[in-house]
Design a protein around this ligand. Structure first.
Ligand code: AMP
Ligand code: ZN
Length: 119
C-alpha cells in the first residue's frame, strides 16, 4: 500500500531507529537528519516518515505530507542559521539525476556559496 514502510529501505530504518542517524528535528510526519557525506557545511535530509520512492510520487499521493517536508526544510534552514545567507532544497529524482536512496528526501544545503546551475 502507498506510504507503507519498506523492509529493504535505508530511510525507513532511520525512521524506526533501526539505523542510527544524527536527527536534528522530528515532527509527527517527518524526520530531519545530517547527511552522512555532507556536500556543504550544512547538509541535512528531510524525509517523510511514510515511504514514497521520490518527491513527485509523494506530492501526488499526499500533498499535505509533501508540504510538511518543505516546511521542515525551511525550519531546518532557520535553526541552522543558513536562511539569511541562502540555502538550496534539492530533490534528486531518478538514478540519472543522482538519486541513490529511493525514499523521498529533501536535501537542505547551505553555509557556503552555491553555484548555479548545479552540476
Ligand atoms: P540521493 O543521492 O539524492 O538519493 O541522496 C541520498 C543521500 O543519503 C546522500 O547524500 C547520502 O550521503 C545520504 N546517506 C546515505 N546513507 C546515509 C545514512 N546512513 N545517514 C545519513 N545520510 C545518508
Ligand atoms: Zn522508505
Amino acid at each position: 500500500m502507498a506510504g507503507e514502510p519498506q523492509a529493504d529501505c535505508l530511510f525507513c530504518k532511520i525512521v524506526t531507529g533501526e539505523v542510527p542517524a544524527t536527527v536534528v528535528r522530528e515532527t509527527a510526519t517527518t524526520v530531519a537528519f545530517r547527511d552522512i557525506n555532507p556536500q556543504a557545511p550544512t547538509h541535512i535530509l528531510v524525509i517523510p516518515k511514510a515511504h514514497y520512492a521520490d518527491a513527485a510520487s509523494l506530492a501526488s499521493a499526499e500533498p499535505t505530507l509533501a508540504a510538511d517536508v518543505l516546511r521542515e526544510a525551511g525550519e531546518v534552514a532557520a535553526e541552522e542559521k543558513i536562511d539569511g545567507s541562502g540555502f538550496r532544497v534539492v530533490f534528486n529524482t531518478g538514478a540519472g539525476a543522482g538519486q541513490t536512496v529511493f525514499h523521498a528526501h529533501a536535501h537542505v544545503l547551505g553555509g557556503r556559496g552555491l553555484q548555479w546551475p548545479p552540476g
